[in-house]
Design a protein around this ligand. Sequence first.
Ligand SMILES: [Zn+2]
Length: 281
Amino acid sequence: MSERGGKKNMCNAMTVDVEAWFQTVLFERNQRAHVGNLVQNVTEIMLILDEFGVKATFFVSGVVAERAPEIVAQISSRGHEIASHGYRHALVYKMSPQEFADDVGRSMDILKGITGVRVMGYRAPTWSIFRNMDWAISALKGLGLKYDSSIYPVSRNIFKCPALPTAPYLITDGLVEFPPPVFKCLGYNMPFAGGTFLRFFPEELISRKFLEINALGQPALAYFHSWEFDDILPEAGMSYWKRWVQYGNVRSVRVKLRAMLNKFKFTSMRAVLQEARLIVA
Ligand SMILES: [Zn+2]
């Protein structure tokens, strides 16, 4: 594999979901007041990005932004993009259209109030928008967003949904969808660029798949979570299955992030989509 070739050829999107560990789908406890080590975790991620001179997109939960506004201001002032990860980190398919629009709009107002910059992008908690949820896409467009990154090109329960695009595409007039990458495995679309999948797949495989996508002339995105950089893993007493999904191989993320930043060119979602002329500033 030519690492330099990968770096030269294509700019990919580096993204971080900024949320407290207790907001994830396994816990859904937004009522907790303290965000734990989130500020330190995000600071560490920014320091790693600095080592490689990379700007990223941080999808921030509104609940977190209210409780730790100083880190949101810092992310923005250091040149990264702030985008919305919703307010409550609630699953979109469990909300009514009005609840969804209110949730995202509230987060956008909070984020803009902190940074002074209009939010252009959104990512649904736990990739909880599916392709048939046109009402959610309409709501995002109605809020003035320019891109969404919420639809995994897999079906809801099994990883088989080959009809969905795997590269950025115009999902409706004025709104671009930037899906996470997948690779074909026995006819299924297999995620690999974030979460449990990234933590368990070897770095060499992840890099090879990035290289293959870039060779097609397509950018890919990678995603990390702020709590994956926390040395203290809360809820040690939870079930084995939950612990595996939430924290399995979590110690590998620092090594994998650095390896990917070393091998590939990354920037923010906004910059990748502007470069591809899919959105304008
Ligand atoms: Zn999330």
